[in-house]
Design a protein around this ligand. Structure first.
Ligand SMILES: Cc1cc2nc3c(=O)[nH]c(=O)nc-3n(C[C@H](O)[C@H](O)[C@H](O)COP(=O)(O)O)c2cc1C
Length: 199
């Protein structure tokens, strides 16, 4: 099969979805949906503390970015099929514009290491501290962060169960391309803005 030149960016290179959790000034949580997220190893950059880190790309000005800048810390909570309607809503409804955005809420817990809101229903939550912000211009910014704490659903740590079975039990949601949500076993889970209609 020959290949053709395209400009469709990351279609067919799916990205995992996360809900970033921050506390607003009044102490209430805010969540936003994000997929431009990847891992980095930061030991060489700052040699104290844990070396595992992440890079997150935030385009445009939004409440999550305001609060990450102000607090320097936030959480990243893995999105599952169960969380998708809520996650989709958090991705479509802006926190700056909609003061009542959090009228739909998951079960919010506090991080184990950092003072960040985490989501009980999410099987994996990372607690992140920003160590560098890179301005790319036009309000596009990348935040480099250290993973200061992480919690995981207890059964996922049971190494007596084969990894692939634990992996399948998570039911992660991917941003697959063409603005559609896709399951890890290849099912279409709807277009952006559709799953939230079931809330
Ligand atoms: C599937 C999906 C993925 C998204 N990924 C990102 C992302 O990686 N970076 C970004 O800046 N915005 C992303 N967004 C948009 C934010 O979720 C949106 O701006 C939201 O309003 C952020 O919440 P906030 O306004 O409370 O900060 C995504 C939206 C959707 C629907």
């Amino acid at each position: 099969m020959s290949k053709v030149q395209v400009k469709n960016w990351n279609d067919f290179c799916p990205q995992q979805l996360f809900l970033y959790g921050t506390y607003r000034e009044d102490g209430t949580p805010n969540f936003g949906l994000f997929c431009w997220f990847s891992y980095l190893y930061a030991q060489q950059i700052k040699d104290e503390g844990p070396g595992m880190g992440v890079m997150v790309s935030i385009g445009g000005e939004k409440l999550t970015k305001d609060l990450i800048r102000k607090n320097g810390i936030f959480s990243a909570n893995l999105v599952t099929e169960e969380l998708l309607p809520l996650a989709d809503y958090y991705g479509v409804v802006g926190g700056r514009e909609h003061k009542d955005k959090m009228r739909y809420s998951p079960t919010v817990e506090k991080g184990v290491v950092l003072n960040v809101p985490t989501i009980a229903e999410s099987p994996v939550s990372m607690e992140l501290q920003v160590f560098q912000e890179i301005h790319l211009g036009n309000n596009n910014d990348v935040f480099l962060c250290k993973i200061m704490g992480e919690t995981m659903r207890e059964d996922l740590t049971d190494k007596d169960v084969p990894f692939i079975d634990r992996f399948k039990s998570v039911k992660q949601v991917l941003a697959g391309g063409e603005q559609r949500y896709v399951s890890t076993d290849g099912r279409d889970l709807g277009a952006w803005g559709e799953p939230m209609k079931s809330l």
